[in-house]
Design a binder for this molecule. Sequence first.
Ligand code: NAP
Length: 290
Amino acid sequence: MGLLLDGKKIANEIQSEVAQRVGELINNNKRVPHLAIILIGEDGASHSYVNGKMKACKAVGFEYTLLQFATTITEKKLFKHIEQLNQDDDIDGFIVQLPLPKHISVEHIIPLIDSKKDVDGFTNHNFGSIVSDQPLLLPATPFGVMELLKRYQVTTKGKHCVIVGASRIVGAPMSLMMVEQAQATVTICHKFTQDLAKHTRNADILIVAVGKPGLITADMVKSGVVIIDVGTTRIPDATKKSGFRLSGDVDFEKVAPLSSFITPVPGGVGPLTIASLLLNTLKAYERHHD
Ligand code: NAP
């Protein structure tokens, strides 16, 4: 069984570092960083992620504001709220929790966010900065994965990293970070990739971000592989108080014995996405004050 990459533990470490910085600001009579969150509709998973984000803000001493809207909000109204947040000098960073209702296009919304306040790291400006020598606000989930690999001192230089999933939010920025920051050799797979197993079997580091439980089975990995499972799918489960359990994309029980390091789901990448949001908000605050 590989060593468990404990995302909760690393996220707690990052939270303590951020809380310490906030303590210094308070001691110097400075205002603290302020994050705003736009939440639309009643999606249970989104509410639970937003609660986690607000809890983390509270724990580190950030100010936070929740702007909650009904699913029926129009794009035009949402544009106005985003513009207000862009202009509000008291707000250092904000996020629009995804997914959005069908009538609101994420392609219309993201470009409206001022890149200096884009603490999810979704705008073109921040995405593009991955390949510059001055990275700005990095996409939160891949940023969290990089912190996890760094803090567990997983060797990445020259290793073959295979990424399954090529979304704009996770897989695509992850691939650039693994090249630019981790100096790995990268293969990126998506839903049109032929013979996925042929690629995954070559991975020294396998990062999976698809949203299909059980996609990666034991016969698809080589011995000693490092597994980062970003997938998070709610599976109905009557034995749980919540009525569901979370599942990653990797068949954990069968794959873990073959791995050298592996993330659990839950408790792996999820807490680090929130920790990255805190780091990005602090960075946005510091740039705002420079
Ligand atoms: P997404 O936008 O739906 O992207 C999924 C990606 O997987 C796409 O690139 C898609 O290919 C690819 N794909 C679909 N079926 C595939 C297959 N059979 N083989 C290989 N690739 C396939 O999802 P996302 O936003 O990236 O999220 C992915 C997963 O990560 C979800 O479970 C999500 O809940 C989770 N997630 C977790 C966190 C966290 O903090 N833990 C954060 C973000 C996301 P195409 O590009 O060709 O469509």
